[in-house]
Design a protein around this ligand. Structure first.
Ligand code: ACO
Length: 324
């Protein structure tokens, strides 16, 4: 059976940097509050004319270059986003056109902050069943366009960016590439984190609404269970993990997960201070940082986990790169 290898990672952050101090100039907040509660110091903000698809294309180009796969060989593009360019068509098809990936089918996945883990799992299924050999999986967001800049309890938390990976189905050593995925949802919690607009309900785009404390509690509890279950599925234990690459929403959630898994600082990728919460882009952005900084190397076991609106959450285990 073919393994679904992760052979390239790329990312892109918009140039505009918005610091906590800059936020405090127009909002009743301060650097100390934001840092202490969230670990965030600054975030990137796309220009009004910079679209989610633009960020995604830049990240995809990098991932393709690293993997050595030609655009013409990409046969599937899955893009996780909550901030699409248009209501339709999917942003993935816009990315397909901008990349010139003429041999790919393309679609979006909407699972908010859990979007990348969902997209990875969907790609794994498509590739394992022979429907794709070379896939691009992208998480891209212009989340700052969805915020109420007068609501200090939400607007300080998010940022923009994109990350991408190339997946290749190859006859390879067992235990490489995507090893296991677990996905979960519980729609009973839709009111603790949602956007108060939508085509069907209001005909408007809306803004993010959140009961932060409730989300925090569910995040720690549910991510810990997801990680337990995905490790059990793969017959592995926390001590097998080389790098935890968590969704970057809040440093306190990340630290709680680190503690539950008993992992030292040297095994956890943390980018929330500079990226803030970039929703579906957060894991591939962190992954790219890990690879570019030389921390993540081929053969390392990566544990990915994320939770977001829905609630939707999940975890994946991936042995990065090609067999060494
Ligand atoms: N600056 C200053 N004060 C603020 C700010 C701000 N930006 N935002 C809220 N406050 C005030 C509140 O008004 C409140 O004041 P009050 O006591 O006078 O009423 C006080 O700070 C405490 O507010 P809480 O919401 O109780 O603060 P908490 O300690 O829970 O921290 C936070 C809030 C950071 C949102 C936290 O609950 C959290 O991180 N939750 C997780 C949510 C999350 O990460 N969501 C992202 C999307 S989901 C995901 O990706 C997991």
């Amino acid at each position: 059976m073919k393994q679904i290898l992760m052979t390239g990672v790329g990312a892109y952050l918009p140039e505009g940097i918005l610091t906590n101090d800059e936020l405090s100039k127009f909002l009743d907040t301060d650097d100390n509050w934001i840092r202490q509660r969230t670990g965030i110091v600054s975030r990137r903000k796309a220009n009004p004319e910079e679209l989610t698809s633009d960020l995604a294309v830049k990240a995809a180009h990098q991932a393709l270059k690293k993997s050595g796969v030609a655009i013409s060989d990409i046969d599937c593009i899955i893009l996780a986003t909550t901030t699409p360019d248009y209501t339709f068509p999917s942003t993935a098809t816009i990315v397909q056109q901008k990349l010139g990936a003429e041999n790919a089918f393309a679609f979006d996945v909407q699972a908010v902050c859990a979007g990348f883990v969902y997209a990875l799992s969907v790609a794994n299924g498509l590739m394992s069943s022979g429907q794709s050999n070379n896939a691009l999986v992208i998480g891209a967001e212009t989340f700052t366009k969805l915020l109420d800049w007068e609501d200090r309890s939400t607007c300080v938390l998010f940022g923009d960016g994109a990350g991408a990976v190339v997946l290749q189905a190859e006859n390879s050593k067992l235990g490489y590439g995507i090893i296991a995925n677990k996905l979960y949802s519980d729609g009973r919690y839709k009111d603790i984190l949602y956007v108060d607009g939508g085509v069907s309900k209001t005909g408007t785009v809306g803004h993010v609404k959140m009961r932060g404390r409730d989300v925090f509690k569910h995040a720690v509890e549910k991510l810990a269970t997801a990680m337990d279950e995905v490790l059990t599925l793969a017959n592995l234990t926390p001590s097998d993990i080389d790098w935890l690459v968590p969704h970057q929403a809040n440093i306190r959630i990340i630290n709680a997960m680190q503690k539950k898994l008993n992992l030292p600082d040297e095994k956890v990728i943390k980018t929330v201070s500079e990226h803030a919460n970039t929703s579906a882009a957060s894991i591939p952005l962190a992954l790219n940082y890990g690879v570019e900084s030389g921390k993540i190397k081929p053969g390392h076991l990566l544990a990915l986990e994320a939770i977001g609106g829905g609630l939707s959450w999940g975890a994946s285990l991936v042995r990065y790169g090609r067999p060494v």
